[in-house]
Design a protein around this ligand. Structure first.
Ligand code: GLN
Length: 306
């Protein structure tokens, strides 16, 4: 069989197993396995697969048909201007998060700045900011060793390691001594309510890390901790940008809004009376509210000197 015949068989198999875009999946798995471009698959179609390659391709197709995410099988994902490595055990970067980065870039003019990415996963947010804002120094934190190691590898492969620090720990915990030093805190934290597991796509629920997905009964456990802790680590005037679930964007706004300004009482008191201004909910490309941003007006570890 030549490559095109392999592709045809693989496409039919994926289609029978209800995989969306079966041809594209078959092409991407073949080109990534052979280390060639998708175009090369066609221009080199007279080439046959060796026995080893043919077995390996079959295994990849069977895994994909069973629901394993394409990106875990190819080991790569495109995110904004970057091509990043991705491995099982780490959340696969999503297009929604590209919107989060875009919203961050809108409020971060070029120049020297320090940016914190909480729950960095593959490092996609921190590294995109470093790539697109050449004056930025980025700190990426994750509680999972696999994610920390992957972010470090991605910093190396994108040539951004010099301006990137990756720390292992729970949210702000590894940042001792860094109080008041960040111009922006950006995070795509886990935000799926625990009870939503049933209705999730099995491809996500069964393959991606539970800890990167779920965050308590209302999905707000991690977001609440970020909102409570952020003032201590932001400069006054610094930005907090969070990716949220469309069903709870309003609740995140309530967490940020000074008491009295909102119809609903605060869900949790802000640490040291921090106040937020410029609170805004931004929509994704499909018009769903997916990003909440706010600016630290005052409070936290004490106002900055004039
Ligand atoms: N920040 C990472 C990303 O956006 C990881 C997100 C997560 O693990 N919830 O891909």
């Amino acid at each position: 069989m030549n490559l095109v015949e392999y592709l045809k068989k693989a496409t039919d198999y994926l289609e029978r197993h209800d995989i969306a875009s079966p041809r594209l999946n078959a092409e991407l798995l073949l080109s990534s396995m052979l280390g060639i471009s998708r175009l090369d698959v066609y221009t080199g179609f007279e080439r046959a697969l060796t026995e080893v390659e043919s077995r390996e391709y079959r295994e990849l197709i069977v895994k994909r048909a069973a629901g394993a995410p394409l990106q875990y099988l190819t080991g790569e994902v495109g995110f904004r201007t970057l091509v990043l490595e991705v491995t099982p055990g780490v959340f696969i970067p999503r297009p929604e998060t590209e919107v989060l980065v875009e919203k961050a870039l809108e409020v971060l003019p070029n120049g020297e700045m320090d940016i914190l990415d909480l729950g960095c996963g593959s490092g996609c947010i921190a590294l995109s900011i470093a790539r697109e804002r050449t004056g930025a120094r980025v700190t990426a934190v994750d509680c999972e060793r696999t994610a920390v190691e992957l972010s470090l590898r991605n910093a190396e492969r994108t040539g951004l390691a010099e301006r990137t620090t990756v720390l292992e720990g729970d949210l702000f915990e590894p940042l001792d001594g860094a109080a008041r030093s960040f111009d922006a805190i950006i995070s795509n934290p886990p935000y799926v309510p625990d009870g939503a597991a049933e209705s999730m796509m099995p491809e996500v629920r069964d393959y991606e890390p539970t800890r990167a997905l779920f965050a308590g009964p209302d999905g707000l456990d991690v977001i609440k901790r970020i909102v409570a802790g952020a003032p201590e680590y932001l400069t006054v005037g610094g930005w907090l940008l969070l990716e949220v679930d469309e069903s709870h964007a309003d609740k995140v706004v309530e967490l940020l809004e000074p008491s009295g300004d909102s119809a609903t009482p605060r869900m949790e008191p802000a640490r040291d009376g921090a106040r937020w201004s410029d609170i805004e909910v931004c929509d994704d490309l499909a018009g769903r509210p997916r990003v909440v941003k706010a600016r630290l007006a005052s409070g936290g570890g004490g106002d900055a000197p004039d």
